[in-house]
Write a protein that binds this ligand. Structure first.
Ligand SMILES: Nc1ncnc2c1ncn2[C@@H]1O[C@H](COP(=O)(O)OP(=O)(O)O)[C@@H](O)[C@H]1O
Ligand SMILES: [Mg+2]
Length: 294
């Protein structure tokens, strides 16, 4: 069998206050798949994401990246392979110039300044923020910040891209821009989202998480139109899919004709050249310093 990009085996996690956030999760994601991680608030989506590059250590079970279990010894490698874009972009933007926020990861990976410059330019181009490079990231609009946080991760050339609520709090135009951006990437994608249209447009597969358990896993075109299943887990059938049940068959991609066939998608800049030390964005999941495994 082909090695999974990510495999999660019987993963469980309990926060220090006793909350059982993940309760025996197992799944495999193949290279090139685009997977929507769906579920109501508190389902465990962000906690699961925190495990995918080892920011949260597995208390029970395992996470494997490209067939290799995340352990203290493989953590750096795991973080080079799996790039996580957290929900709150302010966690990733703290420098005087946006370009330095985006350069942070590649510098930590040991890239020379010339390569860093190339990666920063490409990543900012990619998200349409090259003209904002000299601004402090914190002065950007919220939509720009979300794209800037994505650029900071793209600059590290991850093979697997994991995004936590990439369209939360965005206006419709900024949402569309984000969806189009993500649709143009060729990374393996795992996207936790409440944005059903995003999930429907972007993802071929959907996972439904509730109460820390995986309740459904299958083709998005099947799971996401299962009204009873979706409602049972606090979700709704995407508007784009409703056109279909009204008799107007709307193929899953029709709103986004720009979506390129495999082989024609844009490449994540500089994916080939990666070396030690990946960026560990400050984040709140662990309720600590976010470096539990290091
Ligand atoms: N730092 C924390 N300490 C204690 N409980 C937490 C913490 N973070 C999340 N939780 C709890 O873990 C469960 C899963 O949360 P989370 O992974 O954030 O869900 P989701 O991202 O699906 O909304 C919820 O019950 C939440 O209240
Ligand atoms: Mg969350």
């Amino acid at each position: 069998m082909k090695t999974s990009a990510i495999e999660v085996r019987d993963l469980a996690y309990r926060y220090p206050d006793g909350t059982l956030a993940l309760d025996g999760i197992s799944l495999r994601v193949a290279p090139g798949e685009r997977v929507a991680l769906l579920g109501p608030n508190g389902a465990g989506k962000s906690t699961l994401i925190g495990h995918l590059n080892g920011i949260l250590p597995a208390q029970q079970g395992q996470v494997l990246i490209g067939g290799q279990a995340i352990t203290p010894a493989t953590l750096v490698q795991a973080r080079q392979t799996v790039g996580v874009v957290f929900q709150d972009p302010d966690n990733m933007l703290f420098m005087t110039h946006l370009a330095d926020d985006v350069a942070f990861g590649p510098r930590n990976q040991g890239c020379g300044e010339e390569e860093v410059g190339r990666r920063v330019a490409r990543a900012l181009d990619h998200v349409g923020l090259r003209d904002q490079a000299a601004k402090p990231g914190l002065h950007l609009s919220f939509g720009q910040k979300k794209r800037a946080a994505l650029a900071a991760v793209l600059a590290m050339a991850p093979r697997v891209l994991v995004l936590d609520e990439p369209t939360s709090n965005l206006d419709p135009r900024a949402k569309r821009a984000m969806i189009e951006l993500l649709a143009g990437l060729d990374a393996t994608l795992i996207v936790a989202t409440h944005d059903m249209d995003l999930a429907w447009t972007l993802c071929g597969r959907a996972l439904v998480l509730d109460g820390g358990r995986l309740m459904a896993d299958g083709p998005a075109g099947v799971i996401m139109i299962d009204d009873a299943l979706m409602h049972r887990h606090g979700l709704e059938v995407p508007h784009l899919a409703l056109h279909r049940s009204a008799g107007q068959v709307v193929p899953q991609d029709s709103e986004y004709p720009h979506r390129h066939p495999p082989g024609h998608v844009s490449r994540i800049p500089g994916r080939e050249a990666v070396s030690p030390q990946s960026r560990v964005p400050a984040q709140r999941l662990a309720g600590g310093d976010g470096e539990d495994l290091a």
